[in-house]
Design a protein around this ligand. Structure first.
Ligand code: SAH
Ligand code: SF4
Ligand code: F3S
Length: 458
């Protein structure tokens, strides 16, 4: 299917200019994953294209957009809390326009809740309607009615949306949208719709532009990048796409996320090995070390197959680091199942581990499973994993003391005079300033404290 091209809505720009006396200031906040952050950058891009300025603080905004995440109950509660707090601002400024979008309003019950319990919210829309925002703003202003858009499934791809990136040197580059995996616990396939890939020529054009604009750290995004290209009618898989992008000359590195273990291949690892442009870091979420649980999760791989790929990667790229997501306390997870997860975490030696207590999501198959394990037991399991992980990280960072590494300087750290940078393998290093923000530099590592390396630029 051919993509749709975004076109500027002149009428909306005129309507906004007439409604606000001075150019309206927009504040966009994205919750959730990088895909959402990238959507938020497009939302801000669209608003600025309509003549808005960018507000640095919520309190200074005429238009507030909360771009939401539905992946866990806690994420949703946070959004409801944050939106609730906007009521006061609206009382002070009746022209304040409040929009809630993203993954939460892709659920009909959430739209209902905003409609009935949050009357000060002006516009509600889902992930597929971002390019319609100018139209919705017109409806709100000219129609004098709130715009509550029902969840809808987008099957096409919109190219050339304006974008206002958060960083001048780190960029997100979506290569595909949606997810077809239907892991039994996960809401994403329901809120993000079916998997669809961007044309490689469109990705390449955006990539080249990013490199030309000086972006140094470019992350390719997709819920399962390994299924890139399905249904596209191009003879190219994710590894091919990666190789094609890494052949673009320039001073940059490429990352990607997320790679689903069921489709990750040795070819992908070989491709990572073949180019210095590709960061030697692999985020390969395992979720559990127990085959029983993996099956109940509908992950479609075993712990043994997962470890086989990790072993291959370790042999092929000895300096590679790994990260993973783990769900603790999936319905029916026993102490025995959990021990398998502990074992796997010890064996792989991840650099980073993102651990989550299972959260029941309405409408997913796992929500119907009996879940007898008490929350306190799940919390205790998480604490055990974190302790294992802390020891692993200490070992991994200690091994780098005395070496010289390349870092991308990201900015001033929390301690005055100290700058932080990131290694190719995703480790964070602190160096005394001054340091060239947004540029690559070399550092000698002098010590390590937990996950953080300390060094000096050379
Ligand atoms: N597509 C990515 C994950 C996106 S969601 C992948 O498959 O790896 C990010 C992480 O949130 C998941 O890896 C999972 O660990 C966690 N997650 C998703 N649904 C969850 C749920 N219902 N409860 C707890 N954690 C969940
Ligand atoms: Fe969710 Fe699984 Fe899709 Fe990841 S691959 S977004 S965990 S359904
Ligand atoms: Fe959350 Fe939606 Fe991403 S549910 S994790 S923001 S795809």
């Amino acid at each position: 299917m051919n993509p749709v091209n975004f076109t500027r809505n002149e009428h909306a720009a005129a309507v906004l200019a007439a409604y606000y006396e001075t150019p309206p200031m927009a504040y966009v906040h994205s919750f959730g994953c990088q895909q959402n952050v990238n959507d938020g950058e497009k939302i801000l891009g669209i608003l600025m294209d309509l003549g808005c300025g960018q507000a640095q603080r919520l309190e200074d905004a005429d238009i507030i957009v909360f771009n939401t995440c539905a992946v866990r109950e806690h994420a949703e509660q946070r959004v409801f809390g944050n939106v609730g707090a906007l009521k006061k601002l609206k009382e002070q400024n009746p022209r304040l326009m409040i929009a809630v979008c993203g993954c939460m309003p892709q659920q009909a019950h959430v739209v209902e809740k905003f409609k009935h319990s949050y009357p000060f919210v002006d516009i509600v829309f889902g992930t597929g309607a971002i390019d319609r925002l100018p139209e919705m703003i017109c409806q709100r202003i000219e129609g004098h009615k709130r715009v509550m858009r029902q969840p809808e499934e987008r099957t096409d791809i919109v190219e050339h949306m304006p974008i206002r990136r958060d960083s001048a040197f780190r960029a997100w580059l979506p290569i595909m949208y949606g997810c077809d995996n239907f892991c039994s616990y996960c809401i994403v396939p329901y809120v993000r719709g079916r998997e669809r890939s961007r044309r490689s020529a469109d990705i390449l054009a955006e990539f080249r532009q990013l490199v030309a604009d000086g972006y140094k750290d470019i992350t390719l995004l997709g819920q399962n990048v390994n299924s890139y290209g399905k249904g596209l009618g191009e003879e190219l898989d994710f590894a091919d796409l990666l190789a094609m992008l890494a052949a673009v000359p320039g001073d940059y590195r490429i990352r990607f996320m997320t790679s689903h273990p069921k489709d990750a291949t040795k070819k992908l690892i070989d491709t990572m090995a073949s180019s210095d442009h590709i960061a030697k870091h692999l985020h390969l979420p395992v979720q559990s070390g127990s085959d029983t649980i993996l099956q109940a999760m509908n992950r479609r791989y075993t712990a043994a197959r997962y470890l086989e790929l990790i072993d291959y990667a370790k042999q092929t790229i000895p300096e590679m680091t790994y990260s993973s997501d783990i769900i603790v306390g999936f319905p029916g997870e026993t102490e025995e199942d959990f021990r398998r997860t502990e074992e796997l975490v010890r064996r792989v030696e991840y650099m980073q581990l993102f651990t989550f207590i299972y959260s029941k999501r309405a409408g997913t198959p796992a929500a119907r499973l009996p879940d007898p394990t008490p929350h306190a037991e799940k919390a205790a399991r998480i604490a055990r994993l974190v302790a294992i992980q802390d020891a692993v990280v200490e070992k991994l960072t200690a091994a780098l003391v005395g070496t010289e590494v390349q870092v991308l300087v990201e900015g001033p750290g929390r301690t005055p005079g100290v700058f932080t940078g990131r290694l190719d393998n995703n480790m964070v290093v602190e160096v005394p300033g001054p340091a060239p923000v947004g540029q690559f530099a070399f550092a000698r590592i002098e010590s390590a404290k937990g996950a953080v390396l300390k060094g000096r630029l050379v």
